[in-house]
Design a protein around this ligand. Structure first.
Ligand SMILES: [Zn+2]
Length: 300
């Protein structure tokens, strides 16, 4: 993918006329250093063991075979690794995942009991890593007895500390949480982090760090790529399930936000270059069809 032609006019002029990075405005320098050119992959909701048959396992095997051949520095898995939280399905997921040959960073969903997730995948569940100048902050906001999301006081304090670390390191931030924070209602699912469960405080943290928070990434909806960008420069994005997605006809029904017109099982290719982020929906065993492009915030 080449984004050079997508660069805004002033930026191209800088490249053409000045020709040297040291003369760029500070924010552009930081953004360039940060994003450079980077590719990663997002998957979600593999639901191994769904309906007590091996269909999810077979689909995951096909997906993993493609992921092995797909360029990308790492993979994010946004939760619901298994279906119904049964221990025997984690080793099945894990064996296939380990054949991909790339780092895979999972967060738990409402189908993943915390103890099993930590035993078979990663410990602790709330953690972060930095890649290409972006701090990926991974948080478990799912409960197995609810479809809503929950962010505790303790988690909020940890998130805030993580944001301060990003600030100290001059990093961008992407938050990964299974359940979206953004309010939504019919014809949407209506599942999110309610104001009293941490939503208000979470948005306050995002606002304090608005110059470096790029996006929140979520799974949970099985609804293709669905998102909102009505909180300043924050992009709140739900990613497709690798197993099944439903077309809820949100755009037809004028639901706020966007919903790309692709619902086959798949994953999302993400490219960052300069101040652009590009999402490409890749259905398994089919050509990529739907794309969306964003601008990153101008970091101070
Ligand atoms: Zn879920």
């Amino acid at each position: 993918m080449n984004f050079r032609s997508d660069l805004p006019e002033p930026r191209r002029n800088f490249l053409a006329t000045l020709g040297t990075i040291t003369l760029w405005p500070k924010a552009l320098q930081a953004a360039q250093k940060t994003a450079g050119r980077m590719h990663f992959i997002v998957i979600s909701d593999t639901h191994i063991g769904r309906r007590d048959n091996d269909q999810a396992e077979r689909q995951w095997r096909k997906t993993a075979a493609e992921l092995k051949e797909t360029p990308g520095d790492f993979i994010l898995h946004l939760g619901d690794v298994v279906d119904g939280g049964r221990a025997e399905h984690y080793p099945i997921y894990r064996r296939i995942r380990d054949g991909i040959g790339k780092p895979v960073h999972e967060i738990p969903g409402n189908h993943d009991p915390g103890a099993l997730f930590e035993k078979h995948l990663e410990k602790p569940t709330d953690r972060s890593f930095v890649h290409g100048g972006i701090r990926f902050i991974l948080l478990n906001n799912a409960h197995s007895d609810s479809h809503d999301g929950f962010i505790t006081e303790k988690q909020l304090a940890w998130l805030d500390a993580q944001c301060r670390k990003a600030q100290a390191g001059s990093q961008f931030i992407i938050f990964c949480l299974h359940v979206p924070v953004h309010a939504n209602k019919h014809p949407d699912r209506g599942w999110y982090v309610k104001p009293q469960h941490g939503q208000k405080a979470f948005y306050e943290i995002c606002a304090r760090h608005r110059d470096r928070v790029i996006a929140t990434f979520h799974g949970h909806f099985h609804n293709g790529i669905r998102g909102w960008d009505d909180h300043g420069s924050l992009h709140e994005i739900i990613f497709p399930s690798a197993l099944y997605n439903l077309n809820r006809r949100l755009e037809e029904q004028k639901a706020p936000g966007y919903n790309l017109n692709e619902f086959r099982p798949g994953y999302t290719l993400i490219a960052l270059e300069g101040r652009k982020m590009m999402l490409k929906y890749k259905p398994v065993e089919a050509k990529a069809t739907a794309e969306k492009q964003f601008d990153l915030p101008a970091k101070s």
